[in-house]
Design a protein around this ligand. Structure first.
Ligand SMILES: NC(=O)c1ccc[n+]([C@@H]2O[C@H](COP(=O)([O-])OP(=O)(O)OC[C@H]3O[C@@H](n4cnc5c(N)ncnc54)[C@H](O)[C@@H]3O)[C@@H](O)[C@H]2O)c1
Length: 251
């Protein structure tokens, strides 16, 4: 799909990888709805989209609240008169000691990283089917959804859920011309990983051979939108391998 003059919605667009996705899509000619629970962050991204010459709206939205998600999709369609690209990218990474987590903090990881991705995909597909022009959905998974993560088993489970959810929707390409794909980055330099502290950054960086810049991940999103052959595919983004694809799995 050509990106020029299309409209996109990006969750978690107020920071890190999501912000770079908004900017990469805007530079290719898309208007962008920047959706985030951090309104200031979303506003800052929206300003940068406008500086790139495209329309933008910022929407304060907690993706775990279905009513807020529906309102965000409605706002995007009203602002731009269409919706062609949806990036379900908002996510968290909390390293809670699982077996001492008596408050069940881990549930939040599933709610944001997996349940909200399902919700966002549902809203995107319904909107795109109604418009009848097709579209592209890109869900942010992680290399942690393809490999075990002993330090973060719930995060790994949430991202593995995103991977197989996405793979299971490959059929929509043929049925409705809606291509659902996922992007699975390794370790990326964003506030999410910086919150773990310098020592943890260094440790992770050594383990995976370096740290990716968020704009390198965002360039993968542009690639996925523009390549009409991709559906149910998982783009890996790593320091060692660059951008490539996990083996295609079909039922
Ligand atoms: N940074 C990495 O190393 C890395 C690696 C692989 C995958 N990812 C994934 O990339 C995505 C983006 O992460 P990032 O590294 O850019 O982090 P980030 O913290 O910089 O950005 C995440 C954004 O999501 C928003 N967000 C969080 N919970 C939300 C909610 N409930 N409702 C609405 N917005 C919410 C935050 O406010 C923030 O703006 C996440 O899904 C993350 O799991 C990150």
């Amino acid at each position: 799909m050509e990106i020029d003059d299309k409209a996109a919605l990006v969750t978690g667009g107020g920071s890190g990888i999501g912000r770079e996705m908004c900017l990469a899509l805007a530079r290719r000619g898309a208007d962008v709805a920047v959706v985030d629970r951090d309104f200031e962050g979303a506003e800052a991204t929206a300003d940068q989209v406008r500086e790139a010459g495209r329309k933008a709206i910022s929407v304060e939205c907690d993706v775990t609240d279905p009513a807020q998600v529906r309102a965000a999709f409605k706002a995007a369609r009203e602002a731009f008169g269409r919706l062609d690209i949806v990036c379900n990218n908002a996510g968290i990474s909390v390293r809670t000691p699982l077996f001492e987590d008596h408050e069940r903090e881990w549930v939040k990881t599933i709610d944001i990283n997996l349940t909200a991705v399902i919700e966002g995909t549902q809203q995107a597909v319904l909107a795109m089917q109604e418009q009848g022009r097709g579209g592209v959905v890109i869900n942010t998974a992680s290399m942690g959804g393809l490999l075990p993560m002993p330090g973060s088993p719930v995060y790994a489970a949430s991202k593995a859920g995103v991977v197989n959810f996405t793979r299971s929707l490959a059929y929509l390409a043929e049925e409705s011309n809606i291509r659902v794909n996922a992007i699975a980055p390794s370790f990326v330099d964003t506030p999410l990983v910086r919150q773990g502290g310098e020592e943890r950054m260094e440790e992770m960086s050594q383990m995976v051979g370096g740290i990716l810049e968020p704009d390198f991940v965002a360039a993968g999103v542009v690639e996925i939108v523009e390549d009409d052959s991709l559906a149910g595919d998982i783009m890996r983004v790593t320091i060692r391998g660059g951008r490539d694809f996990a083996k295609r799995v079909r039922p």
